[in-house]
Design a protein around this ligand. Sequence first.
Ligand SMILES: [Zn+2]
Length: 186
Amino acid sequence: MLISNELKDRNSDLCELCNAEPATHAYAVSPKNDDSIENQVALCSTCLNTLDKADAGFHWRCLEGSIWNPQPSVQALTYRLLQKYKAEDWANNLINSVDIDENIIQWAMSAFEVPDVHTDAFGNVLESGDTVVLTEQLNVKGTSFSASKGTVVKKIKLVHDNHEQIEGKINDQTIVILTKFVKKSL
Ligand SMILES: [Zn+2]
């Protein structure tokens, strides 16, 4: 996105991450959009092009400076980028040494969240109370219990903290079933 003068002024025409090269792009930090410069970070073309690169830890040492930028958008993007390098000491130390507002951390981490929905083997969204059909024979570890492919399981329950699991009753036993082995009965 083209950079506005207002955004440029925020860091004296310089990139808000590396603070070295002229800012030429406005980058909206997802999930926010370009509605306001509060959502944007002024970037130089080097930083912009490095955003999606792996193994760019050398370049991103500049985050040691940008993490102290007072703008929430700059902090959020910096914190997000640091997550990619937290296996490296410099990034890990930085994450642990800064005191960042909880809302900004949430903004930063939103990029890594997996959608909180249960889906069957075909991508259909599952809900508690649905009826599903097993697409594979199911053997429950450590027991002689098995259910053949095609078994109908009524009134499933979603496992709250694991979107790959549901619970259902087969032969009066409640068992955990992996969502990738079921098809929603429509
Ligand atoms: Zn830069």
